[in-house]
Design a protein around this ligand. Structure first.
Ligand SMILES: CC(=O)SCCNC(=O)CCNC(=O)[C@H](O)C(C)(C)COP(=O)(O)OP(=O)(O)OC[C@H]1O[C@@H](n2cnc3c(N)ncnc32)[C@H](O)[C@@H]1OP(=O)(O)O
Ligand SMILES: O=C([O-])CC(=O)C(=O)O
Length: 377
């Protein structure tokens, strides 16, 4: 009887819920948040507006945005114990440090165990402001510097760069970080958001779900791709080596990182904004070769595009971070900074009509057998 059961490994192509947050057309390579094209949002909006849009459902008016900004800015504080925790694990990967600090915040912050939509928004906005503080504080502490105090006059993206570097970012650098956050803000039932929903499905709280999401984002098949792309670019070294690199990878049936996606069969629509950023920044900074290497890899991968293999959002983002002088192990945490609103609203949607998420695995282990006492085995 079980022979007839259809197994959907990796839940490929399975709809498990409805969502009003973002829409992906994988065949046409289109993405929208709450009905707004990602291209309009990436070129005309800000992270704060997009976060409001995702969480509240509509773009804010001026008063709503001012109030939202004020809430985010006021939340730029961390309990002192968090800095001690960061210092105690400063040698760890920034993603592990971030996850540990968020987990500690669950125990340290009043109200972190509260349930319900208002509590999720309140705790979610606090975490949105605290997550960049944790990553920047870790970067400072591991380099023997004091963490930079947040600047309430700066936007979310500009304040992140200020805390990271200790110097005020140029308008261009702040805008590039803003666009990066917008592009990463939400993406339906991706692995980390799905994992967060599974946590909320058990009626656990938002802090717990964000810890789950951070754990899930960290892998190279998901948020870790940008770091791997940068390593690949360094390994390739020069555009004329790209074709051989791709040939060897394909021959060994290994993934070329930054390519492929569970949903997109056309180019990921977010990639074009990052591609333009790499090209422009590379030229401005007198380092055009990284863009050239990336484009040589794209050229070498062209024969596989007809099978749906195209670049994804993280093919270009790593090089942008590198050009900004950001250490490679911060690339995944930067993805997390952008994804906060997406995780929060996925958790809110899940708990509005909550249901335990619990699929089945089909047993293929040994037939029933007698238990033998230890002496007889
Ligand atoms: C923000 C994000 O999370 S985007 C994803 C970031 N991750 C990466 O860039 C890592 C590289 N990419 C991958 O590992 C994969 O494409 C994933 C994990 C993202 C998606 O995996 P899946 O949905 O399981 O792959 P999918 O079913 O689309 O693969 C179809 C075929 O393309 C191949 N393929 C998929 N991605 C790649 C790749 N990057 N390079 C080479 N071949 C690939 C698979 O081997 C498979 O070939 P086969 O049918 O001959 O076995
Ligand atoms: O949707 C996915 O599977 C992965 C992805 O692109 C994202 O999370 O941004």
């Amino acid at each position: 009887m079980t022979e007839d059961v259809k197994i959907n490994r990796g839940l490929k192509g399975i709809y498990f819920e409805r969502s009003g947050v973002s829409q992906i057309d994988g065949t046409r390579g289109e993405l929208s948040y709450r009905g707004y094209s990602i291209h309009d949002l990436a070129t005309r909006s800000t992270f704060e507006e997009v976060a409001y849009l995702l969480i509240h459902g509509d773009l804010p008016n001026a008063a709503q945005l001012a109030d939202f900004d004020a809430r985010l800015t006021a939340a730029r504080t961390l309990p002192p114990a968090i800095f001690d925790i960061i210092a105690a694990c400063k040698g760890g990967h920034p993603m592990d440090v971030l996850r540990t600090a968020v987990s500690a915040l669950a125990a340290l912050e009043p109200g972190s165990r509260q349930m319900g939509e208002e509590a999720f928004i309140e705790n979610g906005l606090r975490l949105t402001s605290q997550v960049p503080m944790i990553v920047a504080a870790h970067e400072a502490i591991r380099n023997g510097r004091a963490p930079v105090v947040p600047d309430p006059d700066l936007s979310h993206a500009a304040n992140w760069l200020w805390m990271l570097k200790g110097e005020k970012p140029s308008q261009d650098a702040a805008r590039l970080a803003d666009v990066d956050f917008i592009l990463h803000a939400e993406h339906g039932s991706n692995a980390s958001s799905f994992a967060a929903r599974v946590t909320i499905g058990t009626e656990a709280n938002l802090h717990g779900a964000i810890v789950t999401a951070l754990s899930t984002l960290a892998g190279p098949a998901h948020g870790g791709a940008a770091e791997d792309v940068m390593k690949m670019v360094q390994e390739i070294g020069s555009p004329e080596n790209a074709a051989d690199y791709v040939k060897t990878k394909r021959k060994n049936r290994e993934a070329v990182t930054g390519f492929g996606h569970r949903v997109y069969r056309a180019e990921d629509p977010r990639a074009r904004h990052m591609r333009e950023g790499v090209r422009r920044l590379g030229e401005e900074m007198g380092a055009p070769e990284w863009y050239e290497i990336l484009q040589a890899v794209v050229e070498a991968m062209k024969p596989y595009a007809r099978h749906g293999l195209n670049v994804n959002v993280d093919f270009y983002s790593g090089v942008i971070y590198q050009l900004h002088g950001i250490p490679m192990d911060l690339y995944v945490p930067i993805f997390a900074l952008g994804r906060m609103p997406g995780w929060i609203i996925q958790c809110i949607e899940q708990q509005r009509q909550n249901i335990l998420i619990r699929p089945l695995t089909l047993y293929n282990g040994p037939e029933p057998r007698p238990y033998l006492p230890l002496a007889e085995r």
